[in-house]
Design a protein around this ligand. Structure first.
Ligand SMILES: [Fe+2]
Ligand SMILES: [Fe+2]
Length: 274
């Protein structure tokens, strides 16, 4: 088996979404087969690209220029799903990027188990959402998508703790806040296939946030840092904008994110919850 960092770069340098997720799932399967068999595995080192390869379509636009549509209409539902597919594709790359980018930092193998599993799940999420789009007569690439999705990765390209703080503990945690509302939209529209896909995503994303929190706390412990203060400092440095309530406090707690991590960064703190 190739060193894991090289497998990660193969995924990152594959442009087409379905091809990317196919390689991603294949590499994840080899990794876990080797781990289960107790074989020696090598992490190695690699040079991940600053930005992952992307297909020609979708066209990437600044968030301001991405047209908004009403979620009650079929075009609105397709646009929402298209945005989710775009997020999932970026998430595949984000998880492989954290594997390939920070090989200078030594970790127990469990660190790699977690991110390979997360990347494998994101690959499945992308495929599930693409299947839904295709069922509705659309496809990934049919509409424009947000250009800013990779910004958090570029901002934290040389700061692993910043990466953990901003990607799993802020952005993926935000997913936990907004997914129940999306599930409701598609329940109302009676689109069962979409509801099923979003339920898989919702359940598995808790794990990704939890991996972020676990390894963030691990590094704080290694460097004798106060986790909460460190988290606030890194989010203020690298995250552009405030955290938006309402927060999914139950799922965030399940993922190891206590309220005093995110409430002090919220743009509006309702008096009652202080
Ligand atoms: Fe996902
Ligand atoms: Fe995720």
């Amino acid at each position: 088996m190739k060193p894991l960092a090289e497998m990660a770069v193969e995924v990152l340098t594959t442009a087409d979404g379905r091809a990317k997720t196919e390689i991603s799932r294949r590499h994840a399967a080899s990794w876990f087969a080797a781990r289960k068999a107790g074989e020696a595995v090598e992490i190695g080192t690699a040079s991940p690209p600053l930005r992952p390869a992307r297909p020609k379509k979708p066209e990437l636009l600044s968030p301001r220029d991405v047209p908004r549509r009403r979620a009650g209409s079929r075009p609105g539902q397709i646009a929402l799903l298209h945005a989710v597919a775009h997020i999932e594709l970026n998430a595949v790359d984000l998880h492989w990027d954290i594997i390939a980018r920070f090989t200078d930092t030594k970790f127990p193998l469990g660190f790699y188990d977690d991110w390979v599993k997360a990347a494998d799940e994101e690959s499945n999420h992308f495929n599930l959402v693409c299947d839904c789009l295709e069922q509705l007569g659309s496809f990934y690439g049919d509409l424009p998508a947000h250009a800013g999705m990779w910004r958090a990765a570029e901002d934290t390209v040389d700061d692993l703790m910043g990466r953990l703080a901003v990607v799993p503990m802020v952005l993926e945690a935000r997913g936990l806040d907004v997914t129940p509302g999306m599930i409701e939209i598609f329940q109302k529209a009676k689109l069962d296939q979409v509801v099923d896909a979003l339920n898989v995503i919702y359940a598995e994303e808790v794990g990704h946030v939890a991996y972020g929190s676990k390894w963030f706390h691990f590094l704080c412990g290694r460097h004798d840092l106060d986790p909460k203060e460190t988290f606030h400092g890194l989010v203020r440095t690298y995250f552009h904008g405030a955290l938006k309530p309402p927060f999914n406090e139950e799922k965030r707690a399940e993922a190891g994110l206590p309220p005093d991590f995110y409430w002090p960064l919220a743009d509006e703190i309702p008096a009652k919850s202080r």
